[in-house]
Design a protein around this ligand. Sequence first.
Ligand code: FES
Length: 160
Amino acid sequence: MVKIVRLEPISQQTEVETNGSLLSILISKDLDVLKECGGRGLCATCHVYVKEGMNSLSPVNRREQRTLEVITTCKPNSRLACQSRVMANGVVVELPPGMYINSLQDIEALIGRRAEQNLLHPVTGQILVEVGKLITRSMLKQLENTSFKVGEYFSHTKDV
Ligand code: FES
């Protein structure tokens, strides 16, 4: 049996096998999902907003809950796509605006340009550079102590 899921704001409807993950849908649609933690429920890069049909998804597990608590753009309808399995029809999903980056080099490559969209931290979803802002070397300096690795970020957190 397949279930229908709608993706916003691109208004695409797609099918997934019952119990299939939302992440598999995003990937099949070539959406820019970094999957920084490899689908283990530890990062922000598969964070989505469920606009409709939250009850048609598998419930939030403990690990997902802990990660959602860290994500700065988390809302009551937030889910991690890799942890969410589609159990019934009626799910409508929207990706948070912005582009996740996973290293300072990614930002460095954009120095001298204006950010075309918000540049987001891969674990917390925090906006590192706002859309329209000129990306400068001093901006990079300010971010120098930022850890972009999931493992490093959680290394001080027990029981992950
Ligand atoms: S890919 Fe990292 S939490 Fe889903």
